[in-house]
Design a protein around this ligand. Structure first.
Ligand SMILES: [Zn+2]
Length: 311
């Protein structure tokens, strides 16, 4: 996950807002209660003066304790003053969105990424990766299956997909081919895999076969703005949905898809493909060379969903 400039400035702005808000509320409190301002000024004066005094003190520990006592007494007076005037002490402190990192996004001496920032980055990746927001393995609903065999088959498919999403491989194959008619939940499983893989820290990109082809053709035509086969090799996981719905251009569609899958395999990266086509049609449409890649047990695990449409 990468920190983007927009998220960085979002955090900076949130932190600045929280601090400015507290300063505003404190000035208002000072205006209403001049004694409060005097107490804070006195506390600052005591704290500043302590350093130089300690250097000359005969009994530094006693001096330190004395100063701490004086500050505590001032604190107590301020608390009473606020309580008497119905002001909550917290309201004078910055109200950060996240108390752990105080809206910096990082915590501790090693400046580890805060949980809130990790969540925020994930949300950004989900939004830009094209996944359905609600698709995750936890939401896999067994209640939607009316047939026992379809239920069993789908539960097994879910298990395989979940295991695959954890390691980006299944039975040693880095590819996963999800087959089945429209309405059997392929896209849902594809999105579940994507979400889980993102959650495990992998980089993920999702395309429909249509978009993939379109962007790769643009990459060839315009050089930039499009997608190169080499660029396709970057994400840890590539999800291709709806293989078979892309426009068929003689000699082009096949070559582009082949180079995409080839590039992924050469880079030893994981690829999941979902298609409505059956095996016979895949072989017919894409030819022996591509078909054998997508169905070779060494390279792809194949899941075939069968049964009644869930739509
Ligand atoms: Zn945080």
């Amino acid at each position: 996950m990468r920190m983007t400039r927009s998220i960085e400035s979002e955090y900076r702005a949130a932190r600045a807002r929280a601090i400015a808000g507290a300063e505003e509320r404190r000035s208002a409190a000072y205006a209403a209660l001049p004694r409060l301002a005097a107490i804070d000024a006195e506390k600052r004066r005591l704290a500043f003066a302590l350093g130089p005094k300690l250097l000359q003190a005969e009994d530094p520990a006693a001096l330190r304790a004395e100063t701490e006592q004086a500050i505590a007494a001032l604190d107590a007076e301020a608390q009473r003053l606020l309580a008497d005037n119905g002001i909550a002490p917290e309201s004078l402190r910055p109200q950060f969105r996240c108390a752990q990192c105080e809206d910096t996004g990082f915590v501790g001496p090693e400046q580890r990424m805060c949980a809130c920032l990790r969540k925020r980055l994930l949300r950004e990746e989900y939004a830009s990766s094209g996944f359905a927001a609600g698709a995750c393995f936890e939401r896999f609903d067994t209640g939607i299956y009316s047939e026992e065999t379809q239920l069993r088959r789908s539960v097994r498919a879910r298990e395989i997909c979940e295991e695959y999403a954890e390691k980006l491989s299944f039975n040693g194959a880095k590819g996963l081919l999800l087959m089945g008619d429209v309405g059997l939940g392929k896209t849902f499983l594809l999105d579940c895999i994507g979400q889980r893989a993102l959650g495990r820290g992998w980089s993920v990109q999702k395309y429909t076969a249509y978009n993939l082809l379109d962007r790769m053709l643009r990459g060839i035509r315009e050089r930039d703005g499009g997608l190169s086969a080499a660029g396709l090799a970057t994400p840890d996981l590539l999800l291709i949905d709806d293989l078979g719905t892309e426009p068929f251009i003689q000699n082009v569609t096949y070559e582009v898809l082949f180079s995409a899958i080839n590039e992924r395999q050469n880079a030893d990266k994981a690829t999941v493909i979902a298609t409505n086509l059956g095996k016979a049609q895949l072989l017919d449409d894409y030819g022996e060379r591509l078909f054998s890649r997508m169905t070779s047990p060494r390279l792809f695990s194949v899941i075939e969903l069968k049964g009644k449409s869930l739509r």
